[in-house]
Design a protein around this ligand. Structure first.
Ligand code: GAL
Length: 507
C-alpha cells in the first residue's frame, strides 16, 4: 500500500512539474492539489434562508433595506422567502453532499439568534435551526464552516449607529461567544466577517447596499476601524475561552479582485495597481498581519486630511492596546475572488473621501468574456496573480478561498457552460499557484450552492450550481469531478480512468 501511494505521489509530482516547466499564462495544466486540500460550497443566511419574521427572528438591516419604498433592489425583490432554506435545510444538506464537497460554508443570521442584537435575549428557535443544519451536514459527512457575519446586522444595532458605534465591538464579541458555546463542539472553522470592505464602502459610503448610508468622506474608515476591532475581539474570545478545548480556527474573509496595471510598463499604473490592492485587501490584511493600516493608505489619507485643514486624519489610528490586540488575530485568511480589473491613476479628484484618497480608475478589457454581472468578467490568470501578491506581501499566510464564482448570462437556464469554463480556468490557476508557486492555500469554496438573493441585484443575477428549485446545472458534474479527483488528473493513464469524464470537459 505504502509503496503504491509513494509511487503515485512521486508520479503526480513529476507530472505536475513536467507540465509546468514552461507554460503561458492561459495554458491548462494537469496536476493534483496536496492531500490536505479541502473543497467546499457556500451560501449566506440572508441570501437563502427566508423566514425573515418567523419563530422569533428579529429584523436586520437587509430586511429593513429591501422593505423600503421605493425599493433600492433592481427587481424590487426581497429575501423574505429567498430559497426557503429555513424550512429546507435537510434538502440543502443533501444537495451539498451530492456535489461531493468536504465542507459547507454558510453564515448565521445574527437576528435569528439575538433578535435585538444583544445577548440579553437569546432566541432558542434560532439556536435549534442551526443545530439542525449542522447535524444534518455532519450526518452527510460534510464539515460546517461558519461565517459569523455576512452583512445582515440586527436593525436595533443599526439604530444605535451600526458599525461606526464602537459598542458593537462588545456586542459582536457576545454574539460570537454564544455561537462558540452552542456550536463549537462541532464547528472547527470560523470566519468573523465576510467582506467588510463591501459593508463599509458600499453600505456606509456609496449607500447602494444596506444600511444605505451615503457618506463617502469619512464613514467607511470609521466602519472599517470598528469592524477590525470587533473581528479581533471575536478572535481573542475564541483563543482565550474555547480554543484549547474546541481546537478550531478563526479567520476573516477579505475580498479582492486582481488589479492589473493598465500598462504594465508604466510606473504610474504599477503604483496605481499597488494602491488599489492596498485600499482593498490591505485595509484588512495589513492590520491583522502587521498591526497597522497599509503605509500607502496611512500616508495618503493623513496628507489629504491635512490639506483639507483637518486637525486629525480621516483615517483613525490604533493605540498600543488595539495594535497588539489586532496584530496576529488570525489562524487563517479567507479570500473571496471573482474577477480582475485594469488600473490607472484617476483622471480627476472626486474630493475628500475613499475614492479621492485612493486615486485610481478601473476598467475591464472588453475582450474578456461577459457574464450576467457587469462587474464580473472571467480572467483566470488574475486569480493566480492575486494569490501570489498576497503570498509576497503578507508572508504567505494560510488561506482558504472562501468564494469564487460566475453569474449566468440571462438566457442560460441549466446549460451553464460558461460557468464550467470559468471554474476550469480559475481552479487551474489556483493549482498553478499552489503546486508551482507555493501559495499556502488550504481549501477552496465555490459560490454558490444555488441561485439566491443577489443583494441589490435581487434575483436578476444567478451564481448557483443549482437553480432556486434546487435542480442541478451542468456545472455540477464538472465540479464534482474536480473535487473527487482533487484537481485535474491526466486522462488515458490506467489509474486515471475514473476521471476521464472530467478531463474530457476540462481539456
Ligand atoms: C460576494 C458576496 C456573496 C455573493 C457574491 C456574488 O461579494 O460575499 O454574498 O453575493 O459576492 O456577487
Amino acid at each position: 500500500m505504502m509503496i503504491v501511494a509513494l509511487f503515485n505521489y512521486l508520479l503526480s509530482f513529476l507530472i505536475a512539474h513536467w507540465n509546468t516547466e514552461s507554460f503561458a499564462k492561459d495554458d491548462f495544466i494537469y496536476g493534483q492539489f496536496p492531500s490536505y486540500f479541502r473543497w467546499g460550497i457556500g451560501t449566506s443566511s440572508y441570501q437563502i434562508e427566508g423566514a425573515w419574521n418567523l419563530d422569533g427572528k428579529g429584523e436586520n438591516v437587509w430586511d429593513n433595506f429591501t422593505h423600503t419604498s421605493p425599493s433600492p433592489i433592481k427587481d424590487s425583490s426581497t429575501g423574505d422567502i429567498a430559497c426557503d432554506s429555513y424550512h429546507k435545510y435537510e434538502e440543502d444538506a443533501k444537495l451539498v453532499k451530492s456535489i461531493g464537497v468536504d465542507f459547507y460554508r454558510f453564515s448565521i443570521s445574527w437576528s435569528r439568534i439575538l433578535p435585538l442584537g444583544t445577548k440579553e435575549k437569546v432566541n432558542q428557535a434560532g439556536i435549534d435551526y442551526y443545530n439542525n443544519l449542522i447535524n444534518s451536514l455532519l450526518h452527510h459527512e460534510v464539515s460546517p464552516v461558519i461565517s459569523i457575519h455576512h452583512w445582515d446586522l440586527p436593525q436595533p444595532l443599526q439604530d444605535i449607529g451600526g458599525w461606526v458605534n464602537e459598542d458593537l465591538i462588545e456586542h459582536f464579541g457576545d454574539f460570537a461567544r454564544i455561537l462558540y458555546q452552542n456550536f463549537g463542539d462541532r464547528v472547527k472553522q470560523w470566519f468573523t466577517f465576510n467582506e467588510a470592505w463591501v459593508i463599509c464602502v458600499m453600505g456606509y459610503g456609496d449607500g447602494i447596499f444596506a444600511p444605505g448610508i451615503k457618506e463617502i468622506s469619512e464613514t467607511p474608515y470609521k466602519c472599517i476601524h470598528t469592524i477590525l476591532k470587533a473581528h479581533a475581539r471575536a478572535y481573542r474570545i475564541y483563543d482565550e475561552e474555547f480554543k484549547s478545548q474546541q481546537k478550531g480556527q478563526v479567520g476573516i474573509t477579505i475580498d479582492s479582485g486582481w488589479l492589473e496595471p493598465s500598462d504594465p510598463n508604466n510606473p504610474e499604473d504599477i503604483e496605481a495597481s499597488e494602491r488599489a490592492l492596498q485600499f482593498k485587501f490591505g485595509m484588512f490584511a495589513s492590520p491583522i498581519v502587521f498591526g497597522k493600516y497599509p503605509d500607502i493608505v496611512r500616508k495618503r489619507v493623513d496628507e489629504r486630511s491635512k490639506q483639507e485643514g483637518r486637525s486629525t486624519s480621516r483615517l483613525p489610528s490604533f493605540d498600543k492596546y488595539w495594535t497588539d490586540y489586532i496584530k496576529g488575530s488570525y489562524d487563517i485568511i479567507g479570500l473571496n475572488h471573482y474577477s480582475s480589473y485594469l488600473v490607472t491613476p484617476a483622471s480627476s479628484d472626486p474630493g475628500p473621501g475613499w475614492y479621492g484618497d485612493q486615486d485610481t480608475a478601473t476598467s475591464q478589457d472588453p475582450s474578456w468574456p461577459e457574464t450576467g454581472s457587469t462587474w464580473l468578467r472571467p480572467v483566470p490568470w488574475g486569480f493566480r496573480k492575486v494569490l501570489n501578491w498576497i503570498k509576497n506581501t503578507y508572508n504567505n499566510p494560510p488561506l482558504i478561498v472562501t468564494e469564487n464564482g460566475y453569474s449566468d448570462l440571462p438566457n442560460v437556464v441549466l446549460n451553464d457552460y460558461g460557468r464550467i469554463e470559468y471554474y476550469k480556468g480559475y481552479i487551474n490557476n489556483l493549482l498553478k499557484a499552489v503546486i508551482v508557486d507555493g501559495c499556502n492555500v488550504r481549501g477552496y469554496s465555490a459560490w454558490s450552492l444555488m441561485d439566491n438573493f443577489e443583494w441589490a441585484s435581487g434575483y436578476t443575477e444567478r451564481f448557483g450550481l443549482h437553480n432556486r428549485e434546487r435542480i442541478p446545472k451542468e456545472s455540477v458534474k464538472f465540479l464534482k469531478n474536480v473535487f473527487r479527483s482533487n484537481g485535474f488528473r491526466r486522462p488515458n493513464l490506467p489509474w486515471d480512468r475514473q476521471s476521464k469524464e472530467q478531463c474530457d470537459i476540462a481539456a
